[in-house]
Ligand binder design. Structure first.
Ligand code: NI
Length: 137
């Protein structure tokens, strides 16, 4: 069966602070640099969500992209856009908001809302040059 990969790209802007409360202030400053800034700082995040499957015989679609758009909007963007990722987002409570941990948390939010086994990869860009992929392993 032919398998195709369909991606939706979205943007959001959010503040975060990388700070491990189990470690000293020095350790946090050295380890996280400007991402440890006590007064927070922002990133222009880009999120790409890829679903995979066999195109439906009647629609030719793996998935209706407007449906994927709506799921990402409700589960991620509505909660994270223009938010403080450390404080404002219910599903990120207690999560150290590295790009890696955010990608994993976003997967966990999206996967149950999508057709079974269809989510292929969550790719999160913290900057144009730095991004993380999570594939559910
Ligand atoms: Ni940062």
């Amino acid at each position: 069966m032919a398998r195709a990969y369909v991606t939706r790209r979205v943007h959001f802007n959010a503040a975060h602070r990388m700070d491990n409360p189990d470690k000293s202030g020095d350790w946090n400053r050295t380890t996280f640099g400007k991402c440890n800034s006590p007064n927070w700082h922002g990133h222009n995040y880009v999120l790409e969500v890829t679903v995979a499957g066999t195109p439906d015989s009647e629609t030719g679609y793996v998935m209706d992209l407007s449906e994927l758009k709506q799921i990402i909007q409700e589960r991620i963007i509505a909660k994270c856009d223009h938010s403080n990722l450390n404080m404002d987002v219910d599903f990120l409570r207690g999560v150290l908001p590295s790009t890696e941990n955010l990608a994993i948390a976003f997967w966990q939010q999206l996967e149950p809302a999508l057709p079974e086994h269809s989510l292929h990869v969550v790719r999160l860009y913290e900057t144009e040059r730095n991004f993380v992929e999570y594939r559910g392993e």
